[in-house]
Design a protein around this ligand. Structure first.
Ligand code: ES4
Ligand code: ZN
Length: 324
């Protein structure tokens, strides 16, 4: 079963490129850019990855990305992730990045987007991996800041396919960003948002109703609201679930306590993704394996999860056919 899972072609729809920064590359980029890290060694960095909740992770995640400055840094980060995709048999990936987290450190949008895009283009040509970029706004910043960032990003609109919402969820409900999502919808972008990770089911409802998102990132709290579950099923809204992330951030007690089987049982369009694999114990294969160790799914269930991800991907009809 393990080799079946490793060899299964995969589609990843919930991945923060900054969350793929392995400690080894963090040290290399720190040296290259003459940044001093608050850690002595790669082992000390890994030892610090012991999270209590989403915020305790975010603090280290924003600190980690402080080594990214140049186009080459963003290229190297993204290329390293895409080689992991090849090793995990990920054939299509949609990756988030956090433009505001780099703009606030003085890194231009063009630097960020050109480095990420160039690596994606090289991976398509050299490894046959298709990819797309989703610009994600930090929900703990203001809507004005998100709007300004969105408008600046329109100069590079051919580089990204959609917008999303991430960072500290509780206290920052989706409706705070209604105007940005209205603008992006008018401009023809795909819309997604993190909702129901640490926040309540009502945030998932709000992401659907006030932001008009096409997919929900995480969404594991949806089972708390039966009417919401029925809406998600009827509208076939995909949920990009990240099992190891949920365990590492203690949003579930442990993997055997994860609502994933119940979500699949209800007929929700569930997909499996790695979120921030450098921080949460591994990439797609590690997520598949951890889920399999907990739940011993049948091959049919794995095929269903993979087909859900193909259905949920923001790709052309021709690429979707090729993925099936
Ligand atoms: C994130 Cl796991 C998670 N949740 C919310 N925001 C994020 N940004 C990066 N990883
Ligand atoms: Zn995420």
């Amino acid at each position: 079963m393990s080799s079946f899972l490793h060899q299964l072609p995969k589609v990843e729809l919930h991945l923060h490129i900054e969350g793929t920064l392995e400690p080894e590359l963090m040290f290399e980029l720190a040296r290259r850019n003459e940044v001093t890290l608050p850690f002595d060694s790669v082992e000390a960095v890994r030892a610090a990855y012991d999270f209590e909740d989403l915020q305790s992770f975010l603090d280290l995640y924003y600190q980690g990305m402080n080594v990214l400055f140049t186009e080459a840094d963003f290229y190297d980060l993204t290329w390293a992730y895409l080689t992991r995709c090849q090793a995990n048999n990920v054939v299509h990936t949609e990756l988030f990045f956090d433009p505001q987290a780099h703009l606030s450190r003085g890194v231009a949008l063009s630097t960020q987007l050109e480095g990420i895009t160039r690596a994606c283009q090289d991976a398509e040509r050299e490894m046959g991996i298709s990819s797309a970029i989703i610009l994600s706004f930090l929900r703990d910043m203001t809507e004005e800041h998100a709007l300004e960032t969105y408008e600046a990003a329109l100069a590079y609109r051919e580089h990204f396919i959609g917008i999303g919402l991430d960072s500290a969820e509780v206290g920052n409900p989706p409706e705070k960003f209604a105007r940005v999502f209205d603008r992006a919808r008018e401009d023809g972008f795909h819309l997604v948002a993190h909702a129901g990770e640490e926040g309540p089911a009502s945030y998932i409802r709000s992401a659907l109703d006030t932001l008009g998102v096409e997919r929900i990132d995480h969404g594991i709290r949806c089972l708390d609201d039966e009417a919401l579950v029925e809406t998600l099923i009827a509208r076939r809204i995909p949920l990009t679930v990240c099992p190891l992330s949920n365990v590492y951030l203690k949003t579930v007690p442990d993997m055997t306590g994860h609502p994933l089987p119940a979500m699949i049982e209800r007929g929700l369009c569930v997909t499996i993704n790695s979120d921030d694999p450098a921080y949460f114990g591994g990439y797609m294969n590690a997520n598949y394996e951890a889920v399999q160790n907990a739940f011993a799914f049948s091959r049919d269930t794995w095929v269903l999860l993979t087909r859900n991800a193909i259905e949920a991907a923001f790709v052309t009809p021709a690429r979707r056919e090729a993925l099936y």
